[in-house]
Design a binder for this molecule. Structure first.
Ligand code: FAD
Ligand code: UDP
Length: 380
């Protein structure tokens, strides 16, 4: 039976960060397993037959204001600057999202747009970010009406498709991710660093795992590895309820189905991502070639339609923990059980922590977990 110091469950960004730190900083051996047939978890990308880099699990745009995360990942990749701009199909037109002053100009008659712009700037200040639920609650009737318009046109139906719930049934931070912007800055993100790994995410993660003390086994489940490989400690980045065999019942997750289509000629749409709040069963279409720059080209294109779906364990992936009060409470029971029974196992990442984490947050929390739980702790 082979023997490792650590068994890391999950070869996504969280597992890769922790494996890399353990091997390079502590000189300890690591077996990284993932039940999917590839590394990189949800950030997995690959070149298709036309040489287009395809994000197999939906558009992944790296954005961070954390210098620590940026410099850490920059050891494993160079970057291509990329500022994400999203359009949404509203009232038969493609308009900029997050809803901003340009969107207002496109959807309202000029005098109304000018009046509302003045009101927004005077009330909230230039460049402010106003969550739609806050705008609806505003005492000024015109602002509240504008909030209601944005809610109806952009959020209500998209959120119903994505989560099977109304926006107010979720943590306010969910719709707060895409606030109304009192600005003409059309970018989806505001972070200092916004980029894509020059040779893709999979290559970046492969370099993180490329260490003589790290062994990687894909298509390998935790249960199989745990019973066949000797190891002293575990990092677990899978779903926490699954770890405990669902003793308190399943935690809710949302899944997605990705429908990839090759088009003989592109572009299909003017930007990488177009959202469809009010039409179709899918929420958005991603056209991958835009990530390589430019908005016009001759030749083939690959698009991906993103259909929200129920999570069916063993059948599809638990892409999103459900960000709502009841599910956080259900998670707490598992977290208490973890603290009582598994003090030596390190639970990390979007699924084990049951948190809606962006990539930079996942890496940041993995680096912190290494500092606090692994690097300076006395080995068991
Ligand atoms: P994961 O990538 O989910 O990795 C966990 C791994 O564990 C998986 O590969 C899984 O197969 C494996 N695993 C689970 N259980 C077991 C088991 N029992 N045995 C073996 N292996 C197991 N973030 C951004 O910053 N920008 C974006 O633009 C962005 N877009 C996104 C779009 C979509 C559609 C989704 C779903 C997420 C997006 N994210 C984005 C978030 C990003 O994907 C996550 O922050 C990141 O992937 C989290 O990494 P992780 O390692 O924690 O989880
Ligand atoms: N959202 C929406 N309409 C949109 C875009 C976003 O209702 O056109 C809501 C929806 O609830 C979504 C959330 O805002 O889940 C966060 O959007 P984001 O684009 O950040 O979602 P992610 O890329 O993380 O899936």
């Amino acid at each position: 039976m082979s023997e490792f110091d650590w068994l890391v469950v999950g070869a996504g960004l969280t597992g890769a960060t922790l494996a890399e730190r353990i091997a390079s900083q502590l000189g300890q051996s690591v077996l990284v397993v993932d039940r999917r047939p590839h590394i990189a978890g949800n950030v997995y990308d690959e070149l298709d037959g036309d040489g287009i880099r395809v994000h197999r699990y939906g558009a992944h745009i790296f954005h961070t204001s954390s210098e620590r995360v940026w410099s850490y990942l920059s050891r494993f990749t160079t970057w291509v600057g990329y500022e994400h701009r999203v359009l949404a199909s509203v009232g038969g037109r493609l308009v900029p999202l997050p809803f901003n002053l340009n969107t207002l100009d496109m959807l309202f008659p000029a005098p109304d747009a000018a009046h509302l712009t003045g009101l927004l700037v005077n009330t909230f200040g230039e460049s402010s970010r106003v969550p739609v639920l806050k705008l609806i609650d505003h005492p000024t009737p015109e602002l509240s009406e504008l909030g209601r318009f944005v809610y109806d046109q952009v959020f209500l139906n998209y959120t119903a498709k994505q989560w099977g719930r109304r926006p107010e049934e979720l943590d306010p931070s969910v719709t707060g991710r895409v606030p109304v912007l009192v600005s003409r800055d059309d970018r989806y993100f505001r972070d200092k660093h916004q980029a894509l790994p020059a040779e893709g995410y999979t290559t970046m993660v492969a370099r993180m795992l490329d260490h003589p003390l790290i062994t990687v086994a894909t298509s390998t489940d935790y249960a199989a590895a745990a019973s066949s490989v000797k190891h002293r400690r575990v990092v677990y980045t899978g779903p926490i309820d699954e770890y405990f065999s669902g003793v308190y019942g399943p935690l809710p997750y949302r899944s997605l189905r990705f429908e990839h289509e090759r088009l003989p000629t592109g572009p299909h749409q003017p930007v990488s991502v177009v959202n469809y709040p009010n039409e179709h069963d899918y929420t958005r279409i991603l056209e991958h070639r835009h990530f390589a720059g430019g908005s016009s080209w001759a030749g083939a294109s690959t698009i991906t339609r993103e259909y929200p779906d129920e999570y069916r364990p063993g059948d599809n992936e638990p892409f999103y923990p459900l960000p709502a009060e009841a599910s956080h409470q259900a998670y707490r029971r598992y977290a208490d059980l973890r603290d009582e029974t598994e003090p030596d196992t390190v639970f990390a990442g979007r699924l084990a922590k049951y948190r809606y984490l962006d990539m930079d947050q996942a890496v940041n929390l993995a680096l912190q977990a290494f500092d606090r739980r692994i690097c300076c702790a006395v080995p068991a």
